[in-house]
Design a protein around this ligand. Structure first.
Ligand code: PLP
Ligand code: COI
Length: 341
């Protein structure tokens, strides 16, 4: 199906649009039942639903792209299926079988095909699967029933300016507790980041950089993206931590760096005081894609990343171009990364 004609793709940001269809399944009495495609964007729920009282919710984020040949494809949806499975288990929710997750993505994208932006616009269809404890629950316990739903919306850049370097601010707050829920995509992680995020925005920063909650010595990630560095000899330095989200974009970039660009990649704990030695820095994620960082603010002063505030660094540019080329079909993808709808 051809893309919609009445959207100015060059003006599209990252926001909600209710498209025609969403896909739903419900869990009750020990089993998932498919409702399939539904049209109502609103939900009718108990006031005592576990999601409202105790935040029992998890979600995912992935994208569909239109290729030059006009095919519609999704990028590594099996990885999102797996991560959502893990998130659900950690929150005592019934994990959605991975096959059902993949089917839901295929069907919701196919039904909303006209909303997949044209090739070459830099826009894509953002896909938001989520699961909530929908049954009534007032004692602190998992819900007796669950709702899984996926909706989609066309999006442009998550950060204004797309590839303009961002200013980050080291947060006084923590994003996740040691041995907490930082490594799953739980709604509660984002609720607690709202205040620090708004504080960062009020102070003129695009995002917070969180440090490890135990020692505040190591770099973790930002509120909605992992962080990467490039050192003086072009090695890609990837912070490792048990309390960050295992980003699918980051894991893909590690592969792209090693196998497409011939970069040396090191995944290790990164001390915050090492940042001054790096020459490039970027954020990565489904929504963020790959966004350069030019400055990191701390109470002790600003750290200027040598690639500067005007443009993206050379290595980050190559990583971004190669990844987006793979995603929209312009560059051959590793086996199993692209799923044709
Ligand atoms: N870290 C956080 C906290 C996120 O919310 C996201 C977004 O999904 C990411 C990292 C990036 O993960 P992915 O590349 O799988 O989208
Ligand atoms: C994503 O990149 O899919 C996310 O969920 C991040 C969110 C901040 C929009």
């Amino acid at each position: 199906m051809e893309p919609k004609k009445d959207i100015d793709w060059s003006k599209l940001g990252f926001g909600y649009t209710a498209t025609e269809y969403r896909w739903q399944a419900t869990w009750e009495d020990g089993k998932w039942t498919e409702d399939g495609l539904v049209e109502d964007p609103k939900l009718h729920l108990y006031e005592s639903a576990c999601v409202f009282q105790y935040s029992q919710s998890c979600f995912e984020g992935l994208k569909a792209y239109r290729t030059k040949e006009g095919k519609i494809v999704t990028f590594r949806p099996d990885m999102n299926a797996e991560r959502m499975y893990n998130s659900a288990q950690r929150l005592e929710m019934p994990p959605l079988p991975k096959e059902l997750f993949l089917k839901s993505i295929d069907e919701v994208v196919r039904a909303n095909a006209q909303w997949v932006p044209p090739y070459g616009t830099g826009c894509s269809l953002y896909i938001r699967p989520f699961m909530i404890g929908s049954g009534p629950q007032i004692g602190v316990a998992p819900a007796p029933s669950y709702l899984y739903r996926v909706f989609v919306m066309p999006v442009g850049a998550y950060f204004k300016g797309a590839v303009k370097p961002l200013k980050l601010c080291v947060s006084d707050f923590d994003r996740a507790a040691p041995h907490g829920t930082g490594d799953i995509k739980a709604g509660l992680n984002y609720a607690m980041s709202l205040h620090p995020t708004m504080e960062a925005h009020r102070n003129g920063y695009a995002e917070n950089l969180y440090l490890d909650p135990q020692t505040r010595t190591y770099v973790e990630e930002t509120g909605g993206a992992n962080i990467l560095f490039v050192d003086q000899d072009n090695t890609l330095v990837v912070p490792k931590s048990n309390s960050i989200l295992p980003s699918i974009t980051r894991r893909s970039l590690v592969y792209v760096g090693e196998h497409y660009l011939g970069l040396k990649v090191v995944e290790r704990q990164v001390r915050f005081d090492e940042i001054k030695n790096f020459k490039e820095c970027c954020l990565c994620g489904t929504a963020a894609v790959l966004a350069p960082v030019g400055l990191i603010h701390t109470h002790e002063g600003d750290i200027m990343i040598p690639s500067g505030m005007d443009k993206m660094g050379e290595v980050c540019t190559k990583l971004r171009t190669t990844l987006t080329g793979i995603q929209d079909g312009a560059i051959e993808a590793p086996k199993g990364w692209i799923r044709e709808i």
